[in-house]
Structure formats: C-alpha cells, structure tokens
Unconditional design. Structure first.
Lengths: 408, 325
C-alpha cells in the first residue's frame, strides 16, 4: 500500500486490474485504491508476472502492507513463498511434536508478510493447561496474536479430541479501527487528510513568508501573442508560465526543492512540481508534474491540463500524489491578491500566486502607468532555508517571468 | 436514592461528618468564603460556622502540618489541598510525619487525618494543575489512598477515610465533580481496600480508577461492538491494592489492561501489572498492557492535552491488541 502523502495511514483496495499469472510492466496500472484523497490508480514498480494477490478487493490495509507478489521475469517461485490464498493449509497432524511448527500460512493473519517460521509460541495459561491435560503443544494450532497458542486452543484440542479439528477462531476480522460514529464520507475523509497535513505543517514547520510584486506584462503578452495563432485546444494559460518560472528557478535553489528529514535538508534529485487543484465539490488535491524542470512551456501546459482533468475525474495515479517536491498554488482565478500558504510536509516550500490585475505602476523612467501586476509569495520552512535565500528565489522566479522567452 | 453530582455527594458526606462529630473540621485554601476551588464546600461555612470550616493561608506545608498536629491532639481534621500538584509542598509533613508517627512512637501516637485533593487533567489547566500523582502517595507505607470514581463512592469512601484511624488520602478527579448518579444518602462507609467489578466480561480485564473509569467503561462498550467481551474493575482503593479482585478477574479472562492517567514510568499501572505477573503468571494468555498518559508535562492546548491523556480510542486499541494482537 503506497503512501500518497505524509499523513496517509491506510487505504482500501477497490479493484484489481491484474490477476495472478498476468504479465505486468513497470508503470502499468495494477489496481485501484480508495484513499483519503479519493480513488487513485496504482502502478507497478517492477516488470514480471503477478504471482499472488495478497490483499482482497474491499480490504483496507495500513500503508506499507504488501499488496501483491510479482515474480521477476524468468525466476522460479521462491522456495519459501507461501501458497496462494485458498490453498489448503498444510496439515499439522503428522508433524513431529516439538519441531512441528505450524506453517505460517496456517496463522489466520490476512496480511501475512513473508517471514521465517518461528517455533510455536504458547501463552503461560496454555502451557499450564497443556501440562495438566497431557496435551502436546506441538500438535495445537494457535489462534492468538501472531499464532500464539492460547488457553482456549489447548482446551479445544482436548474437547474435540484431535488436533487439526480446531474450529477457526471467530471474529478474526482485521481491526479496521473505525472512528466512533458513522463511517466518514469520502469528502469528510479528504477533509481529515487535509486537516492532518495542515495541522502537522502548522505544528511542526516554523514558516516564514516573503512576497514580491512584479510587472507581469511580458508574461501576459507572451501568452496572448502565442494564443492568437493557436487553436483553442492548444491555447496557453498564464498558470503554465508561472509553473515554468518556478521550475526553472528551482534548479538554482536546491534547498527549496527538498525535504526536511532527521534534522537536515535533503534536496530532491528531481523537480516534481506539486500543483494544488481545488475540486468542484470541495477539497483539494496536490498531484505533481513530473520532471517539471525539463518540460518546455507547451509540455508544461499539457501536463497541467492532464493533471487537472484527471484530478477532477478521479483518475489520478499513486505516483501523481506522492512525488511532489515543491508545491505551487495559484488563487488568482479566485480573485485574491496574494497567497501566503502553509508548506506541505515533508516539502519545505510552497509558492503562492495571486491574480494578475491591472494596477498603477511606476515604470523604469519613474513615470506612472498601468500594468498587469502579480504578487508572488513564498512560504518556506525556516529550518531548511532563510529569508535571504527565499528572497533570491523569488527574484529568480520574477526574472523568468520578466524575460519569459528565457524559460519557455 | 437521590440524584446527585459527585461534587454534591462529597459535600453531603462532609456536612454529615462535620455536623455529627464535634472533633471534626475542614481546613484548606479557599474552602470557606470561596466555597472550595472546585466548589465542593460551597455553603458549608455559612451553614456550619467558622470553627468547622477554616480558610488557611496559601501554604500547603503549614496547613497539612496543622492538620497532622490537630489529629495527633485528638481532633479529626479533613484537609483539602487544591490539587495534587500543590500537595508536593506538603510531602515532608505527609511522608515524614503523617505516615511515620505511629511507627516512630511505637504505637503511642495516631494520626487520624483525611486529606482530600483534586487530581487529573482534562480541563485545560496546564501542567502545574493537571498531573496525576496518586502513585506518589500509594508508594508510602503508613497511609491509605482512595480514588472514588462515582458519586456514591465519593460519599462512601470519604466516610470510610474519615472512620479510619490512620492517614487516608482521597483523590477526586477534576472531571468527576459534575458526574451525576443515584446516591443513597443513608449509606455508611464503603470498605477500604476493595475493588469492585463495574462490568462483567470474559475475554479481558480492564483495571481503572477515578477519572479513567468512565473512559474504561466506554471503551468496553466499543470493544463489545467488535466482539471483545471486556470486564472493567474499578480499583477504588489504590493503597492497599485489591490484588485478590484483580487476580480473580484475570484468572477468568487471562488478559489484563490497566488504564492509568499517571505517566507510565514508575506508575501504579506498572505495579499492578507486576503484581499480576508475580501471582497469576500461569493464567495469562497475553502480555499485560497499559494505557497511561504520554510522558510529557500535561499540555495546555486542548488538542495536545487530549493527545497526552488516555482516551477511549487508545483504550479500545490497546484492548484489541491484547486480545487479538
């Protein structure tokens, strides 16, 4: 179960797109997950053949739980691999009394991670009862936590006369730990996920904010000039140019394109720009444009349009939501002048754009004129960078927007 | 039976004692004109007069010491300390005098003293008013410690504390005062040193006391909805521990979970677990578990305070863990 955000704890497997025996290639969609941020698709990180599905459709499991086992091309099944679900558990009736460890497959653990079979453990109460009744613990199947043999397991063997006839333990449903009250709606779950991330940000991240207001005429003129000759479906929005400016500037400010981890700044190897996208029925998703520093203006526009469409239609993939290295948010369309946001941990910076609006402006010659004006605000983690660098970063973004031909 | 709050039940017991015993008087900070920091003694000054209800200076060491002296001299003082945090100023009087004088005098001097104090968190009173230090007192031989959880027990255990010829410390959780319940106002003293089963169950024994009891009962209900049948034992007396009652329940359920609003390290919960393991180890089906406060000064901010304290959710999760792993 991939983590699709620092605060994701669990997800529900909605549907498998692949079945055991089917071939998958790296990047191919294998499953759909329902997370606190909506339904997303999961890609395979490996080439191979699906060997076993470890999580059933409809099951909710914690982050980090293996979902399926993929066999590398040409490799024989590993010797220790457990049989697929549904296969009969190995009988333990004829096993030697001491070393006859019940196979881990017999332990009724739904998400049994592959692990070496340990000796059967038994509780003190089970041991005393076994001694009193003359029951051989090696022939008892444990139903306690982790397969521990409990008092009742021994009692059941005695009652039923034979090991192996132990009825399955009742009510061993995976504890989903639902919050008290009715189960939350998807909207509520997204709200909670946002709340958790923003609480963490506000609690843990010492923010500083710096702003810069620029004459955005060169940027708006470039977009307008391009759009004059383009068909509607290929037209640009200013937002794509803003993303370009941030991505280009980030190359020179690795401490902004980073995580704060274990008391130090860990710069990300790639530039994946998270884009805050408001959903029509409320809530917010932050999918990322991959390798945004390597995309030209047209490719950035395509990526932005694709992410927006897929975010709003619920077709985002796991990687989209987890790989952002810096977030850009733009509320210009909502009419706001500036956005002083909160960073999205473990990221260390967020760039907010207000609207581009005509305003009085003093030009280079000291004359008063009217220009399209834009305020750029950096919210940054003061542990990872200082206002001095933050200011230079903003200036670099502004430089790109003033000379848009250099970043397109 | 009368429907009373915990606060009213304590006040009723106080009134009964003060009015019926000429040796009895109440003393402490703000117990008179102000009516008590938690309004427990409200009205008693006007009703019973200044000889029975005595305001003291803000000096715990002095007024607890005065109570000890009065008890030695033949009076039956009931001392109210505003919170257990402040009682630390009186630890010397309590540990070196109240708890030891009978021993040091070869039985010639008794200290029939009752000390009531508020304990616990949940009202955003911050670290210096919110700690649960009952275990500090339960550590000391020579005293008894009770922690009533219900209005009836608030009355009956105070009467029991008063009837006892030795120092008894009564811990009243700050969240318990507004609790309502049916109270028999003609009841006598409850036995000291006896726990009570508040909820029967077969798969897990949850031990709690004072302000944690309502959380433990709510958690048991939630666990029942998941198919886990938990018993809840209200300890009532923290010294001496009723190991017999705990052991009997654990022998039946084979699993133990202790809820303690104190910090885990050096906690009463640790003592209970240790005594259970010492005495009924071979009846256990799972390692005992504890839900305690996080090891931090109790925070002021509401969400941090809630995160620091044992919650119903944490108790449910721990209970599930003991039973199902």
């Amino acid at each position: 179960m991939p983590s699709l955000g620092a605060d994701m704890e669990a997800g529900t497997l909605v549907a498998w797109r692949k079945r055991p025996g089917e071939r998958v290639t790296r990047g191919e969609i294998v499953a759909e997950l329902d997370t606190d941020k909506g339904v997303i698709e999961v890609e395979s990180f490996h080439d191979g053949v699906i060997e076993t599905l470890l999580v059933a459709e409809g099951e909710r499991v914690p982050v980090g739980t293996p979902l399926a086992r993929i066999q590398a091309p040409g490799a024989p099944p590993p010797p220790g691999a457990p049989p697929p679900p549904g296969a009969a558990a190995p009988s333990v009736a004829g096993a030697p009394s001491v070393a006859g460890a019940p196979s881990p497959a017999a332990a009724p653990s739904a998400a049994a991670a592959p692990s070496a079979a340990a000796a059967p453990r038994s509780s003190p109460a089970a041991r005393r009862l076994a001694r009193e009744l003359g029951v051989d613990l090696g022939a008892v199947r444990g139903t306690g936590p982790g397969g521990v043999i409990t008092h009742d397991d021994v009692a059941a063997v005695r009652r039923d006369g034979a090991p192996g006839a132990t009825p399955p333990a009742p009510a061993r449903v995976p504890p989903a730990a639902p919050p008290p009250g009715a189960s939350p709606t998807p909207g509520e779950r997204m709200r909670r996920a946002i709340a958790a991330a923003m609480e963490r940000s506000s609690r843990e991240v010492p923010h500083y904010h710096v702003s810069l207001t620029i004459d955005a005429r060169a940027a708006t003129e470039l977009v307008a000039r391009e759009n004059e000759s383009r068909p509607i479906e290929r037209r640009l929005v200013v937002g794509a140019l803003l993303l370009r400016a941030v991505a280009a500037a980030l190359r020179r400010f690795p401490e902004m394109n980073a995580r704060w981890e274990d008391g130090r700044v860990v710069p990300a190897a790639e530039v994946h720009l998270g884009v805050a996208i408001a959903l029509r029925d409320g809530g917010l998703l932050v999918p990322a444009i991959e390798h945004a520093d390597r995309l030209g203006l047209d490719a950035t526009m395509e990526a932005l349009a694709d992410l927006t469409r897929r975010a709003r239609s619920g077709e985002l993939r796991s990687g989209d939501l987890s790989r952002g290295t810096l977030t850009v948010t733009s509320l210009g369309e909502r009419g706001v002048d500036a956005v002083a946001g909160l960073v999205y941990p473990p990221q260390v910076a967020l760039v907010g754009f207000g609207r581009v609006a005509p305003r009085p402006w003093v030009d280079e010659a000291g004359g008063l004129c009217v220009r399209p004006v834009l305020t750029i605000t950096l919210a940054a983690d003061h542990r990872a960078s200082d206002g001095h660098r933050g200011g230079l970063f903003l200036t670099e973004i502004a430089r790109g927007l003033k000379q848009p031909e250099t970043i397109r | 039976m009368t429907r009373l709050t915990y606060r009213e039940a304590v006040r009723g017991a106080l009134r009964q004692i003060l009015a019926s015993d000429p040796r009895a008087f109440l003393l402490g900070e703000d117990v008179g004109k102000y009516g008590g920091a938690y309004a427990v003694s409200k009205g008693l000054l006007a009703e019973l007069g200044p000889a029975k209800v005595r305001d003291t200076p803000l000096c715990e060491s002095t007024f607890v010491g005065a109570g000890i002296g009065a008890a030695i001299g033949g009076a039956r003082p009931i001392v109210e300390v505003m919170t257990v945090n402040f009682s630390l100023l009186a630890l010397d009087q309590i540990v070196n005098n109240a708890a030891t004088l009978r021993h040091m005098s070869g039985g010639q001097v008794a200290v029939p003293l009752v000390v009531r104090m508020a304990t616990g968190a949940g009202r955003q009173l911050a670290a210096q008013h919110s700690h649960s230090l009952e275990n500090w007192y339960a550590h000391v031989p020579g005293v008894k410690v009770v922690a009533p959880a219900t209005p009836q027990d608030a009355r009956d255990l105070l009467l029991a504390a008063y009837a006892d010829p030795n120092p008894v410390f009564v811990f009243e959780h700050v969240l318990s005062y507004p609790l309502e319940g049916e109270v028999d106002e003609t009841s006598g003293a409850a036995p000291l040193g006896r726990a009570i089963v508040r909820r029967a169950g077969t798969q897990l024994t949850i031990v709690a006391w004072g302000g944690s009891l309502p959380k433990a009962l709510a958690a048991a209900e939630a666990l029942a909805a998941e198919g886990v049948d938990a018993a809840v034992i209200d300890l009532r007396t923290l010294r001496p521990l009723d190991l017999e009652a705990i052991g009997a329940s654990v022998r039946a359920t084979r699993r133990l979970l202790v809820v303690d609003e104190g910090w885990k390290t050096g906690s009463l919960a640790g003592e209970i677990v240790a005594q259970v393991v010492e005495t009924v180890f071979f009846d256990l089906d799972a390692p005992p578990a504890r839900v305690c406060s996080r090891e931090v000064p109790i925070p002021y901010a509401a969400h941090l305070e809630a995160a620091a304290l044992p919650s119903v959710e944490r108790i449910v999760a721990a209970g599930r863990g003991v039973v199902r792993g």
